[in-house]
Design a protein around this ligand. Sequence first.
Ligand code: ACO
Length: 428
Amino acid sequence: MSENAKIILDGETHEFPIVVGTENEKAIDISKLRGATGYITLDYGFKNTGSTSSAITFLDGEKGILRYRGYPIEQLAEHAEFLEVAYLVIYGELPTKPQYEKFKTDIVRHTLVHEDMKHFLEAYPRGAHPMGIAASMVCSLSTFYPESQDTNREAEAVNLTIIRLLAKLPTIAAWSHKNSLRHPFVYPQNKYSYTENFMHMMFSMPTEESTPDPIVSKALNKLLILHADHEQNCSASTVRIVGSSHANLYASVAAGVTALWGPLHGGANQAVIEMLEAIKADGGDVDKWIDKAKDKDDTFRLMGFGHRVYKNFDPRATIIKKAADDVLDALGIDDPVLDIAKKLEKVALEDEYFVKRGLYPNVDFYSGIIYRAIGIPTEMFTVMFALGRLPGWIGQWKEMRENNEPIGRPRQVYTGSNKRDYVSIEKR
Ligand code: ACO
């Protein structure tokens, strides 16, 4: 294969280097295109554009492969703990036993959020969406730790910000839920694991401690691992681009939280359950809703279906579907919404519209069913996704800064008016 790609523009041939990744992914490096030719590339939604090279996550959408730092998602979801995976994603290797013990101890030491931050929480209206709260609270952490604004500090100082974020997000998330109920906050306890602590802060009351259920904790561990990173998706790209201006990690991650919120991204898990409930309330006629999704005059889309990258299957959805069955069985829950989900999946998978477009259930199609089963309210689903995705955002930000990447600043093709002269308001 030629080492360069040739582009012919205005009769002149220009050569651009071809970059090949470790899994044989190929790219044309056009970073000198504009200087050499005056042209830019145009790619709405970055469907064909690599914004960076990264050593964190490999995914092959055609083959349904997902690996963090080379480890298959199936193995990690089956055997690892979430914090082990977080360490892997952020620092590049699975931790040794002493490294892991230190990492967990460091996190446990930082789970409290500053008491003054409780005042912010209390000021939100009842029913405030927890994603809005999570984003603002994460950003507010930067004001409590102003030294984080200097992102050129030595690695140890940056590491403390990483630990604080990992430690405090579950507390912020659980407290945003408590606050929406106007219930008292429950403080973290060092005796619990990461997932147990979160469940404790979500469901205990100061008057009664609810002991975390091991089935629930295991399911949550798996869900968080499945969400830990997904290369250059909408929220990770947001975190990288915000961080590329040398904004601090808290601010960059807060931007990631807001990017995740939308129903085309992480907000899909909430939208799936709302859709399944609407279908149930409407009498459970799955075909009618499939027709709505296919109708180009109707804005309705089958939530939890389709993916920018996976066009055959989402490997996370395969793991989650089984986990949903296991959790519901283990907890003895019979959820009619799960039956509708299965029916919908079956009909869609056999329907030419979905098959032709490569539309398959994504990770969010079944995650909401597990969250429901373990007692997480629907509005918190996307916050759960954020908890899982946090190591990915941190890892992407860290990699981008360590590689000294330039500020993210796309170009555009201008389509507005040509030059015209100002006309005073009386004459318009
Ligand atoms: N229901 C019905 N039709 C769909 C759906 C859907 N869920 N998804 C895509 N299509 C159709 C589009 O209308 C389009 O049809 P056309 O070719 O006739 O115009 C075609 O499939 C391609 O769709 P695009 O929107 O161009 O695909 P894109 O890669 O831009 O979008 C996305 C991917 C946003 C995930 C889309 O499939 C979608 O909106 N899905 C529903 C929301 C969802 O589940 N999001 C979660 C994504 S996973 C995650 O973030 C964890």
